[in-house]
Design a binder for this molecule. Structure first.
Ligand code: SF4
Ligand code: SF4
Length: 79
C-alpha cells in the first residue's frame, strides 16, 4: 500500500513539472516598456496593469499565457 502512494506522489510531481515547462510565466522587461498600455487593453482577463513606475505588470495569478500581450507589444518588452 505504501508503494501505491509513492507512485501516486511521483505521478503528481511529474504532472506539476510538465505544467511548469508548458506554461512558463510571462514577464515584462521594464527597461524596454514604453508605457503605451496596449498590453493592458488587449489582455482578455485583465491580468495586466500599468504600475506606479509607469511600466506594465503581469498578475501571474491571473495570466493564462495566451500570448496576446506579447503579440501586440511594440517594443517586444514582454517575454
Ligand atoms: S505593450 Fe509593451 S511597451 Fe506597451 S505598456 Fe505593454 S509592455 Fe509596455
Ligand atoms: S499572456 Fe494573455 S492573459 Fe497573460 S497577461 Fe498577456 S494577454 Fe493577459
Amino acid at each position: 500500500m505504501k508503494k501505491f502512494w509513492l507512485i501516486i506522489l511521483f505521478i503528481i510531481i511529474i504532472i506539476i513539472s510538465c505544467d511548469k515547462v508548458n506554461n512558463p510565466e510571462y514577464n515584462v522587461d521594464k527597461s524596454a516598456c514604453n508605457s503605451c498600455g496596449a498590453c493592458v487593453s488587449i489582455c482578455p482577463i485583465d491580468a495586466m496593469e500599468i504600475g506606479e513606475d509607469g511600466k506594465a505588470i503581469i498578475d501571474q495569478t491571473k495570466c493564462n499565457q495566451c500570448g496576446k500581450c506579447i503579440a501586440i507589444c511594440p517594443e517586444d518588452a514582454i517575454y
